[in-house]
Design a protein around this ligand. Structure first.
Ligand code: ACO
Length: 157
């Protein structure tokens, strides 16, 4: 990973700003599912000067646990630390809001994401079997592996 860009700022996306669906569907191809969790979520965006480079969506799963439902960085800005900055920001906000855990789910086929989340202190806690085969009409393949199950990783706060 190269050094994070010094000009990256993270701020909350206000409810009257347009939702950057183009970014959100990179992490979650189901617009229907995105629209289900978005109203109750808080979104944070990463900006380099005026350009929106990434987004993260924090959802209140229970009184004690928050979930990162979506994290995405524009392809041309990846591998510069922006995804890690967004996840660290969500962890900080969840801690400040008094949650005791934060979790993030990804597919069994998402090897790079599984690596990144574990590097950032998340550990495997649950497998939601057949989540992707049940909830997504088109099959999803990554690295020749079918996305079938959701692996949930959790970090204590
Ligand atoms: N393939 C390979 N490596 C990956 C991948 C991947 N898909 N995703 C992350 N990594 C690894 C990189 O190898 C790199 O490792 P290093 O730091 O040891 O060099 C590190 O993760 C990159 O870290 P950052 O630069 O902090 O992250 P980045 O800004 O690239 O953002 C993100 C990571 C958000 C996963 C980005 O790759 C992306 O937008 N991917 C497409 C959308 C996506 O898959 N989102 C997550 C879905 S799960 C969910 O949303 C809850």
């Amino acid at each position: 990973m190269t050094t994070p860009l010094p000009t990256i700022a993270i701020r909350e996306l206000t409810k009257n700003e347009p939702v950057p669906y183009d970014l959100l569907v990179m992490a979650d191809p189901s617009r229907e599912l995105v629209d289900e969790y978005l109203p109750d979520s808080t979104c944070f965006v990463a900006l380099q000067t005026e350009e929106l480079t990434g987004i993260i969506v924090l959802f209140p799963l229970s009184k004690t646990s928050a979930e990162i439902k979506n994290v995405a960085v524009k392809p041309e800005f990846r591998n510069r630390g922006i995804g890690s900055l967004l996840i660290d920001h969500a962890v900080k906000v969840a801690r400040e809001k008094g949650y005791s855990t934060i979790c993030i789910g990804t597919a069994n086929s998402s090897t790079g994401q599984l690596y990144l989340y574990q590097k950032l202190g998340f550990g495997l806690t649950e497998i939601r079997r057949d989540f992707f085969t049940r909830n997504y009409t088109d099959p999803i393949f990554e690295h020749g592996i079918r996305a079938e199950h959701m692996l949930v990783l959790t970090r204590e706060l």
